[in-house]
Design a protein around this ligand. Structure first.
Ligand code: GDP
Ligand code: MG
Length: 709
């Protein structure tokens, strides 16, 4: 292996690639090594793109790359291609193969393939805690001797063993041990030897010649193509290889690819048998199987899933409402403080910007932080136990019925957080049609930014008993609509075959406090940062829209002059309303009102939806700003009380429905454009969803009104 040296001759930069099966704990190892907090999840397919980080150890700098999870290097899926290309082209100095110690022989299969590629991976024997728990003991020294490398036991999610691992990486970076080679049966060895003599070592780079010869016998399409491009008389050469394959087939009555695969497995399991000191006392997998018999039951699985979801929203609601009320009164106290010490007549514009624009705008969004944290606490816990992978499994059948790929479920899960990373996560879908279908319907999966809207409106219009149910219902409506929309797309614009999908189910495990907390804090921090930046900015802009142009002559004054008797309070209120209507917001809102009226929205709600295009939370901010400006100065009513008096529950529901379906936010549109590469899909997504939202909300409002709700 070549060692790249840095321009700076005091320190060398060593590239370390982390590879391994999905769910073996690569990202956890990555975090333990680099001290960062990347997303880990107990289901396959979380890491799609490779992530990079750095650490220093002794006199060296290590650049760590987290590769997507793979079972083999045959380049069948996007993940395998990403991983194999990286290994072959970048030639990292050290590979750390993260293996699940409780499932060692299957995990070693990948290590064996890497050795054939000429690498000598350091093995991180992860899940050492679980291995110990089930009574499985491995003699690490035997493993090291046979594989000619370093092996380190780790418990990645707790950061155990990371110092030893760093030392092992350091040692391997300094050594130039070549990996052991796997010896196949004589019939195959003979043909490998023959083909090897025909290949030029220089030309075959970056692949070792023996690897190319073996892969040719296995008829690996990429390698065949690679060799054809390098060799002078490809037809003749391919005929030679075909001859070799046929002669093996006649000798051993099976195709070389099957025999070679079997022997690779045999090598791995032989090694494990040799190194095993004590075998597991009981099977962790069988415990998981027993639980799964109930939770992923053919009929009961789906009700269980919806029940767990309900539990999650119940928690978000009930437990979240206490700290939320606290934050709300804090905000109120703050507003009152300013109200008392800053007289209305003193620089009134700045005062209004502070109270109405900033405190009410940003504050109204911030008070939902506890709910956001609880929701993601729950999701993280469900993920870490391994239940979410089951949910994907249960939904797989449903997904196929509606024409979506089973793998689409993971982007959808991520979509509960935010649509943007969810769209990125569709990269695991190999088929373009599957991918576009998923992207198109992803905005219907209710993201974290819609939660404040629900949290503001649900307690206003629905009695306590129904509140968690309403929240659950909103999410459910989103999921069902996503399914229907996907089906519709599959029947029209994106017709095509379904590609099959096998989902790997990780065993159940206890979620760790640390990992759940990291997940929750990451989300909470994103939310606070968004409130402090984009929501703040848009709140100020909205305030400007609500304030200018300013009105100085009021109709109500003329009425008073004409003899109408009104209290001073009534006059003040009428003036503010006139001012608002005169402002830009008022004008735009009034212009659109004839249309949005059909859905039950007045111009105030309408303008709030305009800001929501930038970020959904702005809806809450803008509504709060408008009602804070519009209320008379010495009113003690909260926004909630004002809204309750002003709108019906039907309107409240319609607002939530429209917020759920229509107008995916700006960031989503940008991401859809980038990932599909077409404006066409972006416009269709935006227009289609807005139209759907309009039609459905109008229907609900009109029918609801007819029924007298
Ligand atoms: P990746 O798919 O290979 O990147 O795996 P992750 O790093 O996302 O880990 C998968 C799951 O296993 C997460 O829930 C981790 O918290 C958990 N995990 C990782 N390493 C260990 C370990 O050594 N012991 C235990 N008990 N859990 C682990
Ligand atoms: Mg990962």
């Amino acid at each position: 292996m070549t060692k790249k040296s840095d321009q700076n001759h005091h320190e060398r930069v060593v590239v370390v690639a982390l590879a391994g099966n999905p769910n073996a704990g690569k990202t956890s190892i990555f975090n333990a090594l680099t001290g960062t907090f990347q997303h880990v999840g107990n289901y396959p397919g979380v890491t799609v793109e490779k992530k990079e980080g750095k650490y220093t150890y002794k006199d060296m700098i290590f650049r760590v790359v987290d590769l997507p999870g793979i079972y083999s290097l045959t380049a069948f899926s996007v993940e395998e291609v990403v991983a194999r290309t990286f290994l072959v082209e970048e030639r990292p100095e050290v590979i750390v193969d993260v293996v699940d110690l409780t499932n060692l022989d299957r995990n070693l299969y990948l290590a064996v393939q890497m050795m054939e590629l000429g690498f000598n991976p350091v093995l991180a024997l992860n899940f050492a805690d679980e291995a110990r728990f089930i009574g499985q003991v491995i003699d690490v020294r035997i493993l090291e001797a046979r594989l000619r490398t370093r092996c380190v036991e780790t418990i990645a999610n707790r950061g155990r063993g990371s110092d030893e691992l760093k030392e092992a990486i350091y040692q391997v970076a300094h050594s130039s041990q070549s990996p052991p080679s796997i010896i196949y049966t004589p019939e195959i060895e003979q043909e490998i030897g023959q083909i090897e003599t025909l290949l030029d070592e220089e030309l075959m780079k970056p692949y070792p010649v023996r690897y190319v010869a073996t892969k040719l016998l296995e008829q690996d399409r990429e390698i065949v193509r690679f060799v054809q491009g390098k060799i002078i008389r490809p037809e003749e050469f391919i005929q030679r290889v075909d001859g070799a394959i046929r002669s093996i087939e006649t000798l051993v009555r099976d195709s070389p690819s099957i025999i070679i695969g079997d022997q690779r497995h045999g090598f791995a399991s032989g090694l494990v048998r040799e190194a095993t000191v004590s075998s597991p006392r009981y099977d962790r997998v069988s415990f998981s199987d027993q639980v799964d018999a109930v939770l992923t039951h053919r009929i009961l699985g789906l009700p269980f899933f919806f029940f767990f979801m309900y539990l999650l929203f119940w928690l978000t609601f009930t437990a979240g409402s206490i700290p939320m009320a606290g934050l709300e009164s804090l905000l109120h106290g703050f507003e009152n403080l300013i109200n008392t010490y800053w007289p209305v007549s003193h620089v009134p514009l700045v005062r209004s910007l502070l109270i109405d624009g900033i405190i009410n705008g940003v504050g109204s969004v911030l008070i939902f932080l506890p709910n956001i944290m609880l929701l993601f606490l729950g999701i993280a816990a469900l993920e870490d136990t391994g239940y979410m992978a089951r949910a994907a499994f249960i939904m797989d059948k449903v997904m196929h019925k509606i024409g979506l790929h089973g793998k689409s479920f993971i982007p959808m899960l991520i979509g509960f957080g935010c649509t943007v990373p969810a769209i990125m996560a569709t990269r695991t879908l190999e088929n373009f049609r599957d991918r576009v279908t998923t992207i198109m319907v992803l905005p219907l999966i209710s993201c974290g930014a819609r939660l404040p809207i629900y949290m503001l409106l649900i307690p206003i219009f629905f009695s306590q008993r129904f509140q968690p149910f309403m929240l659950w219902l909103m999410y459910l409506i989103g999921i069902c609509l996503a399914g229907l929309a996907a089906k519709a797309l599959r029947l029209t614009l994106l017709k095509g075959e379904n590609t099959p999908f096998v989902m790997e189910l990780p065993p159940y495990r206890m979620p760790t406090f640390r990992s759940v907390m990291i997940h929750m804090w990451n989300r909470a921090w994103l939310y606070v940062r968004k409130a402090g930046t984009i929501i703040l900015l848009v709140s100020v802009i909205m305030w400007i829209f609500n304030t200018f142009p300013r009105k100085h002559v009021f109709e109500v004054d003329q009425q008073v002059q004409a003899g109408v008797t009104l209290t001073s309070q009534q006059i003040e209120l009428a003036r503010t309303n006139e001012k608002l209507r005169y402002s830009l917001s008022g004008r735009i809102g009034s212009m659109l009102e004839p249309v949005t009226r059909l859905m039950g929205f007045d111009w105030k709600i309408t303008t709030s939806f305009i800001g929501a295009f930038v970020a959904k939370e702005v809806f809450v901010a803008q509504l709060s700003i408008i009602y804070s400006m519009g209320k008379d100065a010495d009113s003690t009513q909260t926004i909630r009380q004002i809204l309750r008096n002003k709108y019906s529950a039907l309107v409240g529901f319609c607002v939530m429905l429209f917020a759920l379906i229509a107008t995916p936010c700006m960031a989503t549109c940008a991401c859809t454009r980038q990932e599909t590469g077409r404006w066409r899909w972006t416009l269709l997504q935006f227009g289609g969803l807005t139209f759907l939202g309009f039609i459905l909300t109008t229907l609900v409002y009109q029918i609801g009104t007819l029924l007298g709700l």
